[in-house]
Ligand binder design. Structure first.
Ligand code: PGA
Length: 239
């Protein structure tokens, strides 16, 4: 596991983007596993800049996202499909048919999860999987628990996550209570995992990367089992 400590958020974003840019240059039809949340926003802005500067094209890139809120359709301002369009897809030459986000409005959620897992498999999983981390150690919406589910599944959100994500909604009541999330098993199938952590709120949880333990109560710790992981955090998260 490689740990990179960047001076600040701007440097973290540039560093994270550089991994993706190098990958796309080397393999134009890369598969990217993408994350939402505040942390990767700067990285997406850097990727848009690289595209605008003619350094990379997303023409043949395929992407899939970690998760989506149940009950929100892709046009909802807080849906993760909307987030991805706004942060990246609308600004680059990607074919949106090659971008996958679970359908939070699917009538049959079980079938949607199975179908999503099949899509990941057909894409042979991500060349790079980008992850954020919750203050409680969740990745995707895999919340701390005694048992974790390996494939894509429906996950109830815990109070800490609802509270943390309420900043994007008018009120806490509007935050969906469930999501479709890739499971830990699907995440670990990526060829390279890059986890990003920024700011003092991540300080406490990042301490867990200083030891040689894993725990399902800190789902992110399971990435220690993966042979190719890069953690990029800024000084505030690393303190
Ligand atoms: P954040 O969310 O990037 O907005 O901090 C991370 C997460 O909850 O996974």
């Amino acid at each position: 596991m490689e740990i990179i400590v960047s001076k600040n958020y701007d440097e973290l974003s540039k560093k994270a983007a550089s991994f993706v840019i190098d990958l796309i240059k080397e393999k134009p039809d890369s598969v990217l596993g993408l994350a939402t949340g505040g942390t990767p926003e700067g990285m997406y802005a850097e990727l848009v800049k690289a595209y605008e500067a003619g350094k990379i094209s997303f023409k043949d890139v395929r992407t899939y996202n970690l998760d989506e809120y149940i009950g929100l359709d892709g046009n909802h301002e807080q849906s993760y499909r909307h987030f991805m369009n706004k942060q990246l897809f609308d600004h680059v030459d990607i074919d949106k048919n090659n971008t996958y986000v679970p359908n939070g409005k699917a009538e049959d959620l079980e079938a949607e999860c199975e179908n999503y897992e099949k899509i990941l498999k057909d894409l042979s999983y991500a060349d790079i999987q980008i992850l954020g981390i919750g203050t409680n150690g969740h990745i995707g919406f895999n919340e701390p628990a005694e048992e974790l589910i390996l494939p894509t599944h429906v996950e109830p959100l815990v109070e800490a996550t609802i509270e943390a994500n309420s900043r994007y909604f008018d009120s806490k009541d509007e935050v969906p209570k469930e999501a479709i999330s890739m499971g830990i098993g699907s995440i670990l199938k990526a060829k390279h995992i890059i986890l990003l952590a920024s700011g003092p709120s991540k300080n406490e949880i990042m301490k867990y990367f200083n030891n040689d333990k894993i725990s399902t109560n800190i789902p992110a710790s399971l990435i220690k089992l993966h042979p190719n992981v890069t953690i990029i955090m800024d000084e505030e998260a690393a303190k």
